[in-house]
Write a new protein. Structure first.
Length: 567
């Protein structure tokens, strides 16, 4: 580590960087250690970290090295092609700066760059890669992380995030850029092209065509919808698509329309957290809105709130929204005779099995993949000549229902959620009523998540020890139910405890454990790929009807959670 620090102090780094390192040496040696003890690595979301000096931080040089490594790999991968790369960025501090650094390095390496003229949603970057026939794409974002973070997500020519072998090959190429002298920052202005409105219009037109109930939207054009971008990239395109498909009463949370990477009105710009939607809920209460939509800073995930019969706003979790969207899309495609031949859907292994039941009911194949939307995109690519992708999603509020984008898409999701709300309203129902209809038909499902933050070097060791302990000393019982199956995705083995039989798991290796109980409850344990957290996912099922089933699964989830409170 000391060698790395000296390299940064004596190498071709700017004086501002060197002064900050010297300041940390004197005033904050612990932060200096955190900044230099390792290099940022690619996880499920690519490069992501706290902004600051050092190889374990997001800064000009780590972004430059990542881009130089990517440029080198692209040249090897496409030796006889004039390479093009699209770049987008969100509202975070330094996002535009990092996007321009990325454009500098790519163009200096004789690569064409299509750079968005202002902040844009991450899914539009995926769309642009495909539409402009680029070999790669990059979006500067840290999604829903706190304000001190930023990130760098890389996409391949199919518009999906990097998957094996490209993810490992790119990081290997980045590690070869072990000296700042190897980074070419000299922008070639002739190779950097500004893009913007023209891509917006094509992208929104494609989404507009996905609306499944235009006649019901027309009947309910004045349905009051509160929307907040949480200071992020959905600020323009989400209201535009809602108006484009026919909604007239879009109610803004004006304070959160302000583009600001400090996210001044929220503790965290994460639509999974109720606190992030407090202003939207307040606005909805004042305007009697039927629906609340909230997108994260890069507008790839969406939180949903629905007014119940008592006027209280209920926030849906990611599994509930995924279930609603899957049911609605499949039902309307079937009703309009538009369900294609060989349809398929994709979900992640931590997402509710209710999606599988819904897909099965409509005769649609369901694929299960590892956590990370890049694996959903990979299945779309691998199967696109044999099967037709209908939709997919993950419990962390990300959904996709068309293959012209290859990442989760909150702009598209907002369109379909509002469309579904209008369809429900035409039956004197809301989304909560439709969800009850789904549960009545397929059984009651409940899910929850405990996410524990473990920061820094010590936190990383704690997370490793927790996983090691679960792996070496797996529980025999959880919440008074026997563990009957243990799935270890790192070993690629599924072990039936009662029969003492193991089978192979046909998925890439990943540091994930699943414990399936004799009542079909499921507990999944995994370290986050994008944050210093370990996550525990819980799910329970009941076949009981009505309020009894609802009560049973909620109580069961609490019992399971209680067993993990002291982890």
């Amino acid at each position: 580590m000391e060698n790395k620090i000296q390299l940064w102090l004596t190498g071709l780094y700017d004086e501002e960087t060197k002064k900050e390192i010297i300041r940390l040496q004197k005033e904050d040696p612990n932060e200096l250690k955190e900044a230099f003890y390792r290099d940022l690595d690619f996880g499920t979301g690519g490069l992501r970290g706290i902004m600051g000096v050092g190889p374990n931080r997001m800064n000009k040089y780590t972004v430059g090295a990542a881009t130089q490594g990517l440029a080198n790999y692209l040249k090897k991968s496409f030796p006889d092609t004039k390479i093009s790369v699209a770049i987008a960025y969100d509202s975070r501090i330094n996002s535009q700066f990092f996007a321009n650094i990325t454009a500098d390095v790519l163009s200096a390496n004789n690569i064409n760059v299509f750079l968005f003229d202002n902040l844009r949603p991450t899914p539009e970057l995926s769309f642009a890669v495909r539409h402009l026939k680029c070999q790669s794409g990059i979006v500067i974002t840290a999604s829903h992380n706190p304000k001190e973070y930023n990130g760098y997500k890389v996409y391949w020519s199919d518009g999906g995030q990097l998957v094996p072998p490209h993810d490992k090959n790119v990081i290997a190429a980045v590690r070869e850029v072990d000296d700042v002298k190897k980074i070419n920052f000299n922008r070639n202005k002739e190779l950097v092209f500004s893009i913007g409105d023209e891509i917006d219009e094509i992208y929104l037109n494609k989404i507009q065509q996905l609306a499944l109930s235009p006649d019901k939207i027309k009947e309910n054009a004045n349905l009051p919808i509160v929307y907040t971008p949480l200071h992020g990239a959905g600020v323009n395109l989400v209201p535009r698509i809602l108006k484009k498909i026919g909604f007239n009463n879009i109610i803004h949370v004006e304070e959160q329309d302000v583009i600001d990477g400090n996210f001044p009105t929220v503790k965290s710009p994460n639509p999974e957290e109720r606190s992030a939607l407090e202003m939207a809920i307040s606005k909805a209460e004042k305007t009697n809105a039927e629906l609340i939509l909230a997108t994260d800073p890069d507008a790839d995930r969406v939180g949903v709130g629905v007014r119940d019969k008592n006027g209280k706003y209920i926030l849906l979790n990611g599994n509930q929204t995924a279930s609603l969207l899957s049911y609605y899309v499949l039902l309307r495609l079937k009703e309009t005779n538009k369900l294609p031949q060989n349809p398929m859907m994709v979900k992640t292994i931590v997402t509710t099995e209710l999606l599988s039941e819904i897909a099965k009911d409509f005769g649609v194949k369901m694929y299960n993949v590892l956590t990370g939307f890049k694996y959903i995109a990979e299945i779309i690519r691998l199967k696109e000549n044999e099967e037709k992708f209908i939709g997919g999603g993950e419990e962390s509020y990300g959904y996709l229902f068309a293959d012209f984008v290859r990442d989760k898409d909150a702009v598209m999701s907002c369109c379909l959620i509002a469309d579904m709300a209008a369809w429900a309203a035409s039956q004197n129902k809301n989304l909560l009523d439709i969800l009850d209809d789904i549960y009545s038909k397929y059984g009651y499902y409940a899910e929850s998540l405990i996410s524990i933050t473990k920061k820094g070097i010590n936190g990383q060791l704690e997370i490793e020890n927790i996983m090691k302990n679960f792996r070496e000393n797996p529980p025999k019982k959880i919440a008074n139910s026997d563990v009957v199956i243990i799935k270890d995705y790192k070993l690629g083995k599924s072990h039936n405890v009662k029969e003492n039989v193991s089978t192979e798991i046909d998925l890439p290796k990943s540091n994930v454990l699943q414990f399936i109980l004799d009542d079909k409850s499921c507990i999944t344990v995994r370290p986050s790929g994008t944050e210093p957290k370990i996550k525990f996912y819980f799910s329970a099922i009941s076949s009981l009807k009505g309020s009894e089933g609802s009560t049973q699964v909620k109580e069961r989830i609490k019992e399971i959670e209680n067993d993990f409170k002291n982890v």
